[in-house]
Design a protein around this ligand. Structure first.
Ligand code: ADP
Length: 446
């Protein structure tokens, strides 16, 4: 019952009630001549009027308070009228924006649901915050994902967990994963979550099924290995037959030019087949390194001995830059493969250098690395070509007239990886190029 009073008070002081009082009073005043009734009408009119005035004053004082806290300079009278309208408009706009945001959120969720790529979002505590059905399907039944689960529910392999940690503090990381019967490619990217002030970034993980690509890649590698192997026999046959013809003086003078063209074509085919099968042996894992103890000085002598005839023929000087204390350094490496890698760099430097220029072959030690460098004074390599020279069959358009297969540097790159080394190139157009190969030193006793 204690609430009845304020309710009644509110009801009888509403603007409508005040208006009715005033209107009623006015009607009585106009409709009668009886002085007592007119006095009653006048009283009602005054009461309603005063009530209305009080409401207007209360409204104005409320508006004055609102305006006092609003950052509005011009607190003019019109604003008192405009404010409720503006308020309504803002509410409408707010509603519209909320509806739009909800629709966009729904679109985003649907895209995530229909994506073939698996997506898992981990927060700073490595807890699953989001995932899509593809992530669940690809990671398999042994991983049962749920919101709030730890990362290990999705990625139980120690390597995966290590990579997730690493990715959160640096650049994106990629690795492959076997989840029978599938092969998966996983990519972890640091993720700045909006409105989340946290010391550690979140991690966005995407998972792709690469089973089919892997099968195609294996088929490609097998095809190349078989084709290059099978082609070697007939090409050798042609070369022997041509050599017999040349030696046997069975060819008329008019046919000698054609014979020379055949010899050149066969030489080029032999070179190509050798490079292709070498690359395919590395790619298929058929090429195994056979490390042996070596001494740096004598290894370099043998290597330069091989390069000398080509350098002489092109009138290019090859200098060796080897610090004296390194000459006797014993180390372990596969002599054949290391020589093949360096020979590729040296013969390129000599091949692309102008006559009369110099190639400097240097070796130095940097901590746990032996750093080999081949610097030439050749034409250099344009920025566009530099991006592609380690690709199979890529040759810069400017070297079209110079023989080559475009496979040498691809072999160098693969072989460097096989030796756990790194290869890089620095170049300046018109001034020359330097190829650098870093090999982890495995010291040994000889
Ligand atoms: P190839 O030497 O048979 O053409 P490579 O794979 O060894 O193939 O080299 C690829 C390309 O890289 C070359 O065709 C050439 O355009 C460029 N290149 C490699 N080494 C050098 C160099 N020392 N100077 C300038 N260009 C080079």
């Amino acid at each position: 019952m204690s609430t009845a009073r304020p309710d009644l008070t509110q009801r009888f002081t509403t603007p409508w009630f005040a208006f009715l009082l005033a209107a009623g009073g006015g009607a009585i005043l106009a409709g009668t001549r009886d002085p007592v009734t007119r006095a009653l009408g006048l009283g009602l009119l005054l009461w309603g009027g005063l009530l209305l005035l009080a409401r207007i004053r209360a409204y104005r004082s409320l508006m004055a308070q609102v305006l006092a806290v609003l950052p509005v300079e011009d607190k003019d009278e019109g604003l008192l009228v405009e404010l409720p309208r503006t308020w309504n408009a803002l509410e409408q706009e707010n509603l519209l924006l909320r509806t739009r945001a909800e629709a966009e959120d729904q679109i985003r969720r649907q895209i995530l649901t229909h994506l073939n790529t698996g997506v898992v979002l981990l927060d700073q505590d490595r807890t699953i915050r989001q995932f899509n059905p593809s992530a669940q399907a690809l990671l398999g039944t042994s991983s049962s994902l749920g919101l709030g689960d730890p990362a290990v529910a999705a990625f139980r392999e120690p390597e995966s967990l290590r990579n997730l940690e690493q990715a959160s503090s640096g650049a994106p990381l990629e690795w492959s994963l076997k989840r029978n019967p599938r092969s998966l490619q996983v990519r972890a990217t640091p993720f700045e979550a909006p409105l989340q002030a946290s010391a550690r970034p979140w991690v966005l993980v995407t998972v792709d099924d690469i089973t089919r690509q892997e099968a195609l890649e294996t088929t490609r590698q097998k095809f190349i290995a078989n084709a290059s192997h099978e082609l070697k026999t007939p090409v050798t046959g042609i070369r022997i037959a041509v050599e017999n013809l040349q030696e046997g003086a069975l060819v008329l003078p008019e046919g000698e030019d054609s014979l020379r063209i055949i010899v050149r074509a066969v030489e080029r085919m032999t070179m190509l087949l050798e490079d292709i099968s070498e690359l395919s042996r590395i790619e298929t894992g058929a090429l195994r390194l056979e490390p042996a103890p070596l001494r740096l000085g004598s290894f370099l002598e043998d290597l330069l001995e091989n390069t000398r005839p080509q350098a002489l023929a092109r009138n290019v000087a090859v200098d060796l830059d080897l610090p004296g204390e390194l000459a006797g350094l014993p180390f372990r490496a596969d002599p054949l493969r290391l020589a093949q890698l360096l020979d590729n760099l040296l013969s390129n430097a000599v091949k692309f250098s102008p006559g009369g220029s110099r190639v400097t072959f240097g070796v130095r030690r940097e901590g746990a690395w032996l750093v080999w460098s081949v610097a030439d004074q050749g034409p250099g390599i344009s920025e566009n070509d530099a991006k592609r020279i380690f690709e199979r069959f890529y040759r810069a358009p400017s070297v079209r007239g110079i023989p080559g297969t475009g496979l040498g540097l691809a072999i160098v790159k693969h072989m460097a990886v096989l030796m756990k080394g790194e290869v890089e190139m620095q170049t300046e157009l018109g001034r020359g190029s330097t190829f650098i190969f870093r090999l982890p030193v495995a010291e040994t006793k000889i």
